[in-house]
Ligand binder design. Structure first.
Ligand code: CA
Length: 233
């Protein structure tokens, strides 16, 4: 873990990568290209450095020793909104990253060429900061505030766990659209098999108890048999 002392106008990039060979190559290559490199090899270090160094850009590996880069990407997208470039080892991971709309600005696949990566980094840095992301989504009497991570019904707070909020957010950002069970699992329970859907069903059940007047006969969070779920206004 290394921390930049001063940036004198140079962009600060937080590199979250547990493979030393990549970490070393990026340190050298990006510094030569005029970036200040701040390195983390775990999500715990990344969270710490995100707060202490306020990077302009994050280069984020998917598979990390203490968790998934996907989760961290979503955290960043829901909070400080520093642009994130996802770095994945397999194209199957890219499909997931793209399919999830987790808020990544771009992605590259390993092995990548440094020149291509830097071109993408510069392109992302040139983009104007966060366009018109919706901060609040309403459905029925419910109001979901993404900045505060809160849900209210007719102005009264409804207590949600972190996972419950994230799952509801997944549905709310696709209001009126079917969200497949597969997408739910991939988004919130990275690595869990499609066959093991009890966790998902439990969370849906709990959400219904909190947002539906009659949880047994839901009108907002409805099941699309054999496919997934849909949140209706
Ligand atoms: Ca890795």
């Amino acid at each position: 873990m290394s921390v930049a002392s001063d940036s004198d106008g140079r962009p600060v990039v937080l590199v979250v990568e547990d493979e030393e060979s990549y970490q070393d190559a990026l340190n050298v290559g990006l510094t030569v290209e005029g970036f200040i490199v701040v390195s983390a090899s775990t999500l715990a270090q990344a969270r710490e450095l995100l707060a202490s160094t306020k990077p302009d850009l994050i280069l984020l590996d998917v598979m990390l020793p203490d968790g998934s880069g996907i989760d961290f990407c979503r955290e960043v997208a829901n909070s400080v909104r520093t642009p994130v470039i996802m770095v994945s080892a397999r194209t199957s991971e890219v499909d997931i990253v793209l399919g999830l709309e987790i808020g990544a600005a771009d992605y590259v696949t390993k092995p990548y060429r440094l020149r291509e990566l830097i071109a993408r980094m510069r392109a992302v840095l040139r983009r104007p900061a966060s366009p018109t992301d919706e901060e609040v989504i309403t459905f029925g009497p419910m109001r979901m505030d993404f900045d505060r991570r809160s849900l209210t019904r007719n102005g009264v707070d409804i207590d949600l766990s972190r996972k419950e909020f994230d799952l509801l957010a997944l549905f709310a950002t696709r209001l009126g659209q079917v969200v497949t069970r597969e997408v739910c699992l991939d988004t919130l329970w990275w690595g869990l098999q499609l066959s093991d859907t009890r966790t998902l069903d439990t969370h849906v059940k709990r959400l219904r108890q909190k947002i539906e007047l009659d949880p047994a006969d839901p009108i907002h969070l409805v099941t699309i048999r054999g496919v997934g779920f849909r949140l209706d206004a």
